[in-house]
Design a binder for this molecule. Sequence first.
Ligand SMILES: [Zn+2]
Length: 335
Amino acid sequence: MTSSSRSQQIPTIHRDPTTNRRVFIAPQRADRPMTLDVDGTGQRLDEYRHQAHCPFCAGNENLVPPEILRWPVATSEPWQARIVANRFPAVIDHRKHSKTRDAVGGTPAHGIHDVVIESATHEHSILAITPQAWRAIWELCRCRLESLEARKDIAWGILFKNSGLRAGASLEHLHSQLIAIDFIPPLIRSEMNRASKHPGLFARVIEEAAKEGRVLCELGNLVALVPNCPRQPFETWIVPSFDESCFHAASRTSIDAIADLTRLLIQAFERIEPSMNYNWWLHSAPFRHIRNDSFRWHLEIVPRTEHFAGFELGSGCHIHSLPAREAARLLKEAW
Ligand SMILES: [Zn+2]
């Protein structure tokens, strides 16, 4: 398929009747630039390493769609972080764009796909930016999610980061993504259901972690802990110490704390393994959820030290070699 024929096709969503699994097919994404190596040799592609070609570097604003939000807010000052629409989206906002382009064999995938550009200069690690800027970025993301809550056509949103090639990143310039869609994914529905069936679930997760020495740090109403069932060595969760289901309703204290805790955690990761690849994602309640006092928003951070292989993909269960308490001990040493 040629690049121009791919660009004519809008993303579609497909549901597997046997598992209720959803798959988004977004042909355009095959054309996105890859600045991290894709042939597995560890060699980066030179073309995009230079600021002249990087779509996220200051000075190249014309290479990406218009700005949605920025920090600092005042346009008289140069931007240090900004949110723009993804040029290669997995979902399209059909309220803004018609569905006239070709939807090949599926339902057009409706939603928002943003990129959060986290630095104006060509940085790779969150540790390269100031703690103040990092706090402002979390607040920017909270504001963006808050603005989506008002939309009746959006059911749920996720903020996520792919850091490094093993974590699925295609561009090395520091960034995160935000996808908001018009349905609640089965995984989130299941987390919400478990929380409502088991009142006090998240409080018990924190209590048990404290009892077993798996709490890494407590800061401004948030707790960073190694869950009892990590999928990869050093998996960590950041959870509020009180019941709060939606991240976009979080206080400034919690926003500052999540910024500071993620910095401390990545610092610890880097001390254990320099340039550790990782994913994180924010689980927040759906925008219009049935009242659920037991669910808490939380950030799940999963280092990509080992591959997900046949057993993981085939069973949904994970195998690795590092017990949770040992991971917590090593992370506390590196903290
Ligand atoms: Zn750049």
